[in-house]
Design a protein. Sequence first.
Length: 119
Amino acid sequence: VQLQASGGGLVQAGGSLKLSCQASGRSFSSDVMGWFRQAPGKDREYVGGITWNSVRTYYTEAVKGRFTIWRDNAKNSVFLQMNSLKPEDTGIYYCAVGTGGLLDDFAWWGQGTQVTVSS
């Protein structure tokens, strides 16, 4: 099982980025998928998650109204649109597959993609 995140980069504050995560090895169309981030010296943070049928989503308070998560089960992929980026959004962003609900544990993790927001 592999999860490959892409789309990170360097952007100025106020800018936008779209992250993509391509899963392979098995279908995750029945699983919660999510995005996490980790800034230097900080704990990993759960940014957002989406249920298998896209009916429900979760966002951490800091990104509500700015980030949008969606998925394409036919492509075994999950995406994160990040708008109005702030320097505090800087970090390595990881996609992951959940083991239960939106707030339950996550199992498979992909290698991350670096997001850097300059002020």
